[in-house]
Design a protein around this ligand. Structure first.
Ligand code: BGC
Length: 247
C-alpha cells in the first residue's frame, strides 16, 4: 500500500511516496522551503504545493514539529505561535483534499526506525533523537511509543537543550565538530540519567555525518545512526496514517 509521507521541518517540508509494508520510498524525495515566518497559512500553502508536485489524492501522513494531540498542535517551539490550538490534521485535509493523520515529527521518525530501521526488534527502552533545527525525541518501551516527549525543552544551563545542542546551533554558532559533540554529549548524558535507554538512535539531517561525531560521544547506551537518516520522518508519517486508516 502506498501512502504519501510528509515531514514538516524548521527549514524544509519534505515528502515522498512510501510503501508502508516495507518502508521503502516509491518516489524521489521532494522538498520545498519552510516559509518564514512559519505561520499556519504559509505552511499549509507550502505543504499543499508539495502535495501537488506528487499529483497525490490518496492517503497522507504528516510529521509536524510540535506536540500533537488528536491532530491539534499544542506547542510551538520552532514555529509561529499562531499554531497553538490549530487542528493541523483538519487544515491539511481541507487544503489538500487528502485524507490522513498528523503526528509529532520525531514520533514519526521513531516509528519508522522501530518498525524497519535501527530499532527493529529492540524491546527495551529505545530513545530516538532527531537533531535539526530543534531536538526532537521519541521514547519506546517494549516497542510502544510514549508520544510527545519534548526532550529538546530540557533545560541545560538555564535554556532549552535544543538552543544549546541542536544541529542548527553548530552552524549558527560556527562550532567545531568537537565543540558541538561535547554539547551533545552533555545532553545525552542528561537524558541517559533520566531514562536509562538501552539504545539511542540519532536521526535528523546531521545523522548522515555520524562518522564524524559519533567517535567523540561517550555514553553508556548503544548508539546507532537512523537507518533512514533524514527520511525517517517521511516513512514514519506514512506508516502512521496507514495504521490510523485501519483503526
Ligand atoms: C519541537 C518538537 C519537535 C522538534 C524537532 C522542537 O522544537 O518542540 O515537537 O519534535 O523540535 O522538530
Amino acid at each position: 500500500m502506498d501512502v504519501l509521507g510528509i515531514d514538516i521541518g524548521g527549514s524544509y517540508i519534505k515528502g515522498a511516496i512510501v510503501d508502508v509494508r516495507t518502508g521503502e520510498l516509491r518516489s524521489e524525495c521532494l522538498q520545498v522551503e519552510t516559509p518564514q515566518p512559519a505561520t499556519p497559512q504559509a505552511i499549509i500553502e507550502a505543504t499543499h504545493k508539495l502535495v501537488k508536485l506528487f499529483n497525490w489524492h490518496g492517503l497522507m501522513g504528516c510529521g509536524f514539529p510540535a506536540v500533537i494531540q488528536a491532530g491539534v498542535a499544542k506547542t510551538a517551539a520552532n514555529i509561529d505561535s499562531l499554531w497553538i490550538g490549530i487542528d493541523v490534521q483538519k487544515q491539511l485535509q481541507q487544503a489538500t483534499g487528502c485524507p490522513g493523520s498528523v503526528l509529532n515529527d520525531a514520533d514519526a521518525a521513531g516509528l519508522a526506525e522501530m518498525e524497519f530501521g535501527a530499532g527493529e526488534g529492540r524491546s527495551g527502552t529505545v530513545l530516538v533523537l532527531t537533531l535539526g533545527t530543534g531536538i526532537g525525541s521519541a521514547l519506546f518501551s517494549q516497542g510502544e511509543l510514549v508520544p510527545n516527549l519534548e526532550l529538546g525543552c530540557l533545560p541545560i544551563n538555564g535554556a532549552p537543550a535544543e538552543h544549546y545542542a541542536a544541529a542548527a546551533v553548530r552552524s549558527r554558532e560556527k562550532l567545531s565538530w568537537q565543540a558541538w559533540a561535547q554539547r551533545l554529549n552533555l545532553f545525552l548524558n542528561h537524558v541517559e540519567r533520566l531514562f536509562s535507554p538501552e539504545l539511542i538512535i540519532i536521526g535528523g539531517g546531521i545523522s548522515c555525518e555520524y562518522k564524524t561525531f559519533f567517535p567523540q560521544l561517550k555514553i553508556e547506551s548503544d548508539l546507532l545512526p537512523a537507518h533512514f537518516f533524514n527520511q525517517a520522518g517521511i516513512v514514519g508519517a506514512a506508516c502512521f496514517a496507514a495504521e490510523k486508516s485501519h483503526a
